[in-house]
Design a protein around this ligand. Structure first.
Ligand SMILES: *[C@@H]1O[C@H](CO)[C@@H](O)[C@H](O)[C@H]1NC(C)=O
Ligand SMILES: *[C@@H]1O[C@H](CO)[C@@H](O)[C@H](O)[C@H]1NC(C)=O
Ligand SMILES: *[C@@H]1O[C@H](CO)[C@@H](O)[C@H](O)[C@H]1NC(C)=O
Ligand SMILES: *[C@@H]1O[C@H](CO)[C@@H](O)[C@H](O)[C@H]1NC(C)=O
Length: 388
């Protein structure tokens, strides 16, 4: 009996102790914020990938300058790598260094990668200045992107001043994003907080996003998304879209947004489609328990998106929007029209449901505006519904 206990004890301790941890400093990373640590991080990644038992990569406190880093999962044997960050990863201050590459920190074809803690500093300020001056500038790099990956998690990470998007999840399945703090100034161009595309099973919880573009943007081909406890502002709100740029386009399906607050944003909850032919669709969406403080467009479906009136030959959107529920949406609008359903003549919105929606404008009644929008209501509806 005692022998078995001793055996069990040693078995567990040793298997625990043998989970390898790779400190980026032992691969040559420097925490001075000036020395290029890219190679060290990639060497730590390769070492973790060469093992099969759960492994961690550790980034101690300090600032680490990284250029483009590509964490490739193709040859990675490991399906459980945790990157624990106690420090700050800093992008080069010269935007030309990564600004044409699309992505600063890129994970591709990885499975079971978790990022926990830490700060990403995209140093986007000089690129935004360039863009805002009207000069020709690089497009900018997304700070952190996962492509074609499964079972990933990002927890307790802060992202500051990305050049472009802060976080991109593209063609991924099962991603948990929790306790994120994302910030950039309200006038920083194209700094979407989290952009999702062609992904399923993504959850975003307990996060605070203040940025210059959409807090969360949901592109074509997403399904089974869950967003809960989000605080957004400044920014452009949560946007499903832009959708319907392509004629053949995957739809968006089963999106839940629960307990979200929007403060001083351009939009609250938005669905946006290009005024172009498309076979795309949006269906089965629930916006529930949403507080809106002074957003310009608290509730909006815009199917006539066409900035500059360019590239929209037919001027109607083919994207079919149905089964969208707004349940317990309270607060204030910064403009008179608090609820706007501007749907497509070619494929009118169907099955819009309003339940206990109360939005006011300057302590007075706000207005609702509808075209080609059908649906039902229940409970208190202020402004009164214009759905047919
Ligand atoms: C993802 O995680 C789930 C649950 O932990 C597991 O069943 C599934 O096999 C994993 N998928 C991959 C591709 O590892
Ligand atoms: C909708 O997505 C949620 C996850 O966000 C999932 O739990 C649920 O099963 C999905 N519903 C359908 C009908 O697929
Ligand atoms: C959202 O916040 C509430 C209140 O703080 C908490 O009870 C709930 O667990 C949170 N939801 C998630 C998914 O963490
Ligand atoms: C709508 O909300 C306002 C402000 O919170 C409140 O004063 C008003 O009573 C509410 N209206 C209804 C019909 O509940």
């Amino acid at each position: 009996m005692i022998l078995i206990l001793i055996f069990t004890f040693f078995y567990h301790t040793s298997s625990f102790a043998s989970n390898p941890s790779y400190n980026v400093k032992s691969f040559g990373a420097k925490s001075d914020g000036n020395s290029d640590s890219t190679k060290a991080f990639l060497s730590a990644w390769s070492a973790a990938c060469a093992t099969t038992q759960p492994a961690s990569i550790y980034v101690p406190p300090g600032r680490y300058l990284l250029r483009n880093a590509f964490f490739n999962g193709k040859m990675c044997k490991n399906k459980a790598i945790t990157i624990r960050i106690d420090g700050t990863l800093v992008a080069p201050s010269d935007y030309n260094a990564i600004g044409n590459s699309g992505t600063w920190l890129k994970f591709q074809r990885v499975t079971g990668v978790s990022i926990s803690g830490g700060t990403l500093d995209g140093q986007g300020t000089t690129l935004w200045d360039c863009k805002n001056s009207g000069k020709s500038c690089p497009k900018g790099a997304t700070s952190l992107a996962f492509y074609s990956s499964n079972n990933i998690s990002i927890d307790s990470l802060s992202s500051l001043n990305s050049q472009m998007f802060h976080i991109l999840i593209y063609s991924c399945h099962n991603a948990n994003l929790n306790n994120l703090k994302i910030s950039a100034p309200g006038n920083s161009p194209n700094t979407d907080g989290i952009h999702l595309q062609q992904s399923s099973g993504v959850t975003i919880t307990n996060s605070r996003i203040g940025t210059g573009d959409d807090c969360v943007s949901i592109g074509p081909g997403n399904s089974n998304l869950w967003i809960e406890n989000l605080s957004c502002g400044p920014g452009h709100g949560i946007s499903i879209g832009s959708l319907g740029w392509d004629v053949q386009e995957a739809g968006v399906e089963n999106v839940t947004v629960k307990m979200a607050t929007f403060s001083g944003t351009q939009n609250g909850v938005r669905v946006k489609t290009w005024a172009r032919p498309s076979n795309g669709f949006v269906k089965h969406v629930l916006f529930q328990h949403v507080v809106i403080v002074n957003a310009q467009n608290p509730i909006i479906i815009d199917q006539h998106y066409c900035p500059g009136d360019n590239n929209c030959p037919t001027e109607v959107s083919g994207v079919k929007i149905s089964d969208v529920t707004y349940q317990d949406i309270q607060g204030t609008s910064a403009t008179q029209v608090a609820v706007k359903f501007d749907c497509s003549k070619a494929s009118p919105c169907q099955g819009i449901r309003l339940e206990n929606v109360n939005l006011s404008y300057k302590n007075r009644a706000a207005q609702a505006s509808c075209s080609n929008a059908g649906g039902t209501t229940a409970g208190i509806i202020q402004p009164s519904s214009c759905l047919y």
